[in-house]
Every structure is written in structure tokens, then in C-alpha cells.
Design a protein around this ligand. Structure first.
Ligand code: GLC
Ligand code: CA
Length: 514
């Protein structure tokens, strides 16, 4: 298990929206380099950078046209190498985004695979054997090639699915291959080669896109788990230091496949949306939310994944509404008290640390659709375009939050009561207390149905900390077998303890030694 993951706190960078240093309206590698000190001083020590490879950008770069070349709009391969070097100088690690499930329709592999004459890439993608045979339960594109068949797609119809085979190929359907067959094995070898290329360049690992859906007709994920186990043995042999995190959302499966970490996601069985993104989120001060189902599912996953790897709860990402969409003000601070006191490596989506808002009413940009409003350029200061870019405003990659009172790093740094300062403080406290860190244990004390507060104990070998989180505006109490000793963090007042009963004020978070 990688040592640096014990204390890793990630910052997700959507590169097109972070900092533009050549006034073309789009963020770039140099922009990332210039802000490494900012990220480090917030307390984050690791990065996840969204796909930055050659692409027609039909899905913001999740449609790769060349896995070995960066998109010129961000800079060259050499510039990306500089990102790695500069990050390492600051004791930071960098994960790239690997998109193994599909490519762009502009990828040369795909163009070759669409040819009528059999070639090296004929089996690189999943094709049915006739243009009239539609792949059941999957998307497909047809009628554009001389090759007779429908090509399976994964996400948008511009993203043809790479061929990793079927879990149990239907013997009636000769076009379905098994993972062990030559075509799928060649696809995986090609993807391992991509990983090898960037790891040799100095990246520290990968966030893996749609990691759980590579093998088809695999409802329990058994085939895909086996696939990742094969990747794990490749990495163990050649790059034992590479960190792997999956976009899977089912840690019991992904960690078995050899990932070090898995995300809880806004889809799948995790109940993650109950926290911040549903009509009555638990973290709203209205106090009408419910965290019970989330905790039950979390406990189940936690037991299964104990000692195997980390379950990571992100503040948000480029696919969902901003954290500040449904919760605001102090609610955000209390949400971060939770995010930064849970096990697993925390992931902060750029701008969430200053409460950047979801920008309403934007036209879709590069396949963003309703995700576009969560991808608007970072708000640094009060200069032109909030310091993101000196390009004319109409050239910006995505329009920025038009509110004159929009949060910026600058105005939040100047305000001692800002969200920025609270997040920074919480990160510092986490890093100073082993009990709060990524691998320390969790034991839920209070998390019942329709009830506030939430309370849990985090424990390391030398420390135990009771965490109490009360997002509701009403004071609450609960019975607790522990007596809180000196606080290591409080927000919104203090708790009182009486005869096995703890009372807390409304809109409160506190961490106590026990
Ligand atoms: C993942 C990415 C998302 C992308 C999709 C297809 O969910 O996070 O942005 O559109 O995969 O690659
Ligand atoms: Ca630029």
C-alpha cells in the first residue's frame, strides 16, 4: 500500500477552467504550474487533472484521439512533464485521467477498425457482425463505414467502446469475444502501454474513467474485476508506486480489482446524493435530510474494504452540480468538516474551497450540457475575468458566474471568516491528527433515521477523536458512551455532556479527544 496515500488530500483540476496564461481563453499547463503554491498552501498535496490529451473535445477530452499526446491548447508533453516536476518539487503527486473504455471517433485505431479489410485494429472496438444487428442493451453507431456492423458506444455516440470482451459471450453471437481472446487482450496491452508511457514521464498514477464498465454484459463486475487484476500485476511488476483510483462507485468490487481507492459517486448505490444533492440534503440547515441510508451503505462498503483500500468522498466533480448549489454559507463549512474528517482520501473540486456556484442557464460547452455550469473558470481575484484570463470576455472557455459578489480566492483570503479559511484550517487539523487521517478507523455513534446530529469516532493507534456534525439549525442531543475531552476543532459553539448525553447547538461541528 502506498505510503503517500496515508495523508493524501487531492485537488481536482479541470484544466480548461483553471488558469489561462496565454490569453486564448482556455486554461493551460503553465496555469497549473503557477497555481501549485496556492493549492499547496490550502493544504492539498495531490492533484487529479481531467483528460488533457489530443481530442476533438466532443466530451471535454473524454474522447481521446491520441493517448500519447497532450492537447496543444494546454501545452506540449514537455509542459506536462514540467507539471509533474514542479509538483514533485513541492512534495505533491499528480494523477492523470485515464479513459480506457472508449476513444474519440477520430482516433486512428477507430478509423482502421471501420475498414472493410481485416487489420490489426479490426477487433480493437466492439462491432456486431451486421449493420442490422443492434447490440442489445448498449448504444451503437452504424451506417458510416464500409465495414458491415454496428459499433458499440459507451457514453455519447462519438465514444466507441474499446473491446475488452464480454463476461460470458453468447455462443449464438459470434461477434462477442471473451476477455481472454486475442482482440481484448491486445486492447488491454495497448492501454497498459499508455499507462507505461505517462508513468515513465513522471505521473504518479491515474484516475480511471468508467472503470467498472469495461467488460460487457458483466452485471456483477466479475469480468471487469479480473481485467483490473491483470492490470494490477502489470503495475506491481513495473510501477509499484503508481496510485490508482477508480470511477466505479462500488469499493467492494474496485478494491478487489486492485485499485487503491474508489470514489463514491452521484450515481450507483452509495446514497452520496443524500448528503448535498437532493431536495432535502442532510447538510441543509432545514434539518429535513436523512443520512441513515448513506451511513448503512458506507458501513457495508467499509467492512468489505477494510485494510484493502480507501473509499473517497469528493466535494464534487465536473459531472455533478456544484457543492454550493443546494447548500450555502455555514452549511458549506459544516459539509467540509464532515468531508475532512471522514476516512479515505478527500477530493476537493477546484473552486469548491471558495464556494464557487453552479452557473445557471449556460449553453452546453464541449458536451457538458447541464454539467457546464459546474465547469466555469476559476475565480481568482477582482481583475479582468476574475483573474482567470486576460482574453476578451467572449473568448472564455465557459462564461463565469455573473454575480458581482461572486466568491474569489482573493476576497476569501481577505475575510478571516470565509469558507476558504475554514477549509484550510480543517485540512491542517486533519494533517496534525493521525486519528482523522485517511486510513484511521471509523465507528458510527449516532446516525439513525431522520435524525440529527451525525456522530462518529475516528481512531488511530495513538489517538481517538469524537466527531459531531449537526447541519440542522436546531440544537440536538444524543446518547453517547464517550465523554468529550478537549476540543481540537469547533464551529458554531460547543457541546455539553451530561450523564451519557451530549447536546450540541444548531449549525455546529466539533472534533473532541476522548
Ligand atoms: C466519466 C467522466 C465524464 C465523461 C464520461 C464519459 O463519467 O467523468 O465526464 O463524460 O465518463 O467518458
Ligand atoms: Ca491558455
Amino acid at each position: 500500500m502506498l505510503k503517500w496515500l496515508d495523508q493524501a488530500i487531492f485537488y481536482e483540476i479541470y484544466p480548461q477552467s483553471f488558469l489561462d496564461t496565454n490569453a486564448d481563453g482556455i486554461g493551460d499547463f503553465q496555469g497549473i504550474i503557477e497555481k501549485l503554491d496556492y493549492i499547496r498552501s490550502l493544504g492539498c498535496n495531490a492533484l487529479w487533472i481531467n483528460p488533457c490529451f489530443l481530442s476533438p473535445f466532443g466530451d471535454a477530452g473524454y474522447d481521446v484521439a491520441d493517448y500519447y499526446r497532450t492537447a496543444p491548447r494546454y501545452g506540449t508533453n514537455e509542459d506536462l512533464k514540467r507539471v509533474f516536476r514542479e509538483a514533485h518539487k513541492r512534495d505533491m503527486h499528480v494523477l492523470l485521467d485515464l479513459v480506457p473504455g472508449h476513444t474519440s471517433i477520430e482516433h486512428p485505431w477507430f478509423k482502421e477498425s471501420a475498414k472493410i479489410k481485416r487489420n490489426e485494429f479490426t477487433d480493437r472496438y466492439i462491432w456486431t457482425d451486421h449493420v442490422w444487428t443492434y447490440p442489445e442493451g448498449m448504444g451503437g453507431i452504424s451506417g458510416f463505414s464500409q465495414r458491415d456492423g454496428v459499433c458499440v458506444t459507451n457514453f455519447f455516440s462519438i465514444q466507441p467502446a474499446l473491446n475488452y470482451g464480454f463476461y460470458q459471450p453468447d455462443p449464438e453471437k459470434k461477434w462477442q469475444q471473451a476477455f481472454e481472446d486475442e482482440g481484448p487482450q491486445a486492447t488491454l496491452a495497448a492501454m497498459e502501454d499508455v499507462m507505461r508511457f505517462w508513468l515513465n514521464m513522471g505521473c504518479d498514477g491515474f484516475r480511471v474513467d468508467m472503470a467498472g464498465s469495461l467488460v460487457k454484459n458483466d452485471p456483477e463486475g466479475k469480468g471487469t474485476i479480473r481485467l483490473w487484476q491483470q492490470v494490477r500485476s502489470f503495475l506491481d511488476k513495473e510501477f509499484p508506486q503508481a496510485a490508482m483510483i477508480s470511477e466505479w462507485g462500488e469499493p467492494d468490487k474496485s478494491l478487489l480489482g486492485g485499485f487503491h481507492m474508489d470514489f463514491l459517486l452521484h450515481f450507483g448505490p452509495s446514497h452520496y446524493n443524500d448528503l448535498f444533492r437532493c431536495p432535502e440534503p442532510y447538510f441543509s440547515s432545514r434539518g429535513k435530510g436523512d443520512i441513515y441510508e448513506f451511513v448503512e451503505k458506507y458501513k457495508e462498503n467499509y467492512e468489505k474494504s477494510k485494510g484493502k483500500g480507501l473509499i473517497c468522498i469528493p466535494s464534487g466533480n465536473h459531472d455533478m452540480k456544484r457543492l454550493a448549489y443546494q447548500i450555502h454559507g455555514d452549511e458549506l463549512k459544516i459539509a467540509f468538516a464532515f468531508l475532512l474528517s471522514m476516512p479515505g482520501a478527500p477530493f476537493i473540486y477546484y473552486g469548491d474551497e471558495i464556494g464557487m456556484r453552479y452557473v445557471e442557464g449556460l449553453d452546453s460547452v464541449e458536451g457538458g450540457y447541464d454539467r457546464t455550469g459546474s465547469r466555469s473558470p476559476m475565480q481568482w481575484d477582482s481583475s479582468t475575468n476574475a483573474g482567470f484570463s486576460s482574453a476578451p470576455v467572449q473568448d472564455l472557455y465557459i462564461a463565469q458566474d455573473p454575480d458581482p459578489h461572486r466568491p474569489t480566492v482573493q476576497n476569501q483570503m481577505e475575510d478571516p471568516n470565509s469558507l476558504y479559511h475554514e477549509v484550510k484550517k480543517l485540512i491542517k487539523i486533519r494533517q496534525e491528527h493521525t486519528a482523522l487521517q485517511n486510513r484511521s478507523s471509523i465507528d458510527f455513534i449516532c446516525a439513525s433515521k431522520n435524525t440529527y446530529p451525525l456522530a462518529y469516532v475516528r481512531k488511530s493507534q495513538d489517538e481517538a477523536v469524537l466527531v459531531i456534525i449537526n447541519p440542522s439549525s436546531a440544537s440536538q442531543s444524543f446518547s453517547c458512551p464517550y465523554i468529550p475531552a478537549e476540543p481540537i476543532y469547533t464551529f458554531g459553539g460547543d457541546c455539553t455532556s451530561d450523564n451519557g448525553n451530549i447536546s450540541v447547538p444548531g449549525s455546529f461541528a466539533g472534533f473532541y479527544h476522548i
